[in-house]
Design a protein around this ligand. Structure first.
Ligand code: S3P
Length: 171
């Protein structure tokens, strides 16, 4: 379907935003990010929302955001927070692409990035790595199950990821 959205899901720090931006450069798509929408709505960073309002409040905003995306967005790339895949209506929003990598590679990539500190700081659920690994292990199967297309991004090559996504969408 031409107007179908593409939803990028996957674990924190796997590169959903980076891949979305690269996809925009190499296609006619425009992109939005669910965490950015929530931050602008609340005029607060995700980290602050978690600290001041708690995770359930954030998840309720994610739900509102998911309903809004379903009713108002077409033909776009939607990059999402790592827990957004749990939204009941996600299948109705568009085609779901899971960016897949191992926990170790995701963390390695964050640590190798020039703004590693910032990337870790802004993600409350990455503050305890044992807990984060548990979350990863809980979610990994669910990411696979909900997705329409799985793209391996272990090598952090965004151009290859974009090519693989565009090829998979043509099929
Ligand atoms: C979360 C991932 C974050 C953000 C929030 C919760 C999660 O987004 O939505 O901190 O539950 O995995 P990123 O995947 O962009 O880090």
């Amino acid at each position: 379907m031409e107007n179908e959205n593409i939803i990028l899901i996957g674990f924190m720090g796997v590169g959903k935003g980076t891949v979305a931006r690269a996809l925009v450069k190499q296609s006619n798509y425009f992109a939005v990010d669910t965490d950015d929408l929530i931050e602008s709505l609340e005029n607060k960073k995700i980290k602050k929302i978690f600290e001041e309002n708690g995770e359930p409040y954030f998840r309720a905003l994610e739900k509102k955001c998911a309903l809004w995306c379903e009713n108002n967005i077409t033909g776009s790339i939607i990059s999402t927070g790592g827990g957004f895949y749990k939204q009941e209506n996600i299948k109705k929003i568009g085609k779901i692409i899971y960016l897949q990598s191992t926990f170790e590679k995701i963390l390695g990539g964050i640590h190798n990035s020039p703004n590693a500190k910032k990337k870790l700081k802004k993600r409350p659920l990455l503050s305890n790595l044992d807990e984060a690994k548990k979350i990863y292990n809980q979610r990994v199967k669910e990411y696979e199950e909900v997705s329409d297309i799985i793209i391996n991004v272990e090598d952090w090559d965004e151009n290859k990821a974009v090519k693989n996504i565009l090829d998979a969408l043509k099929k």
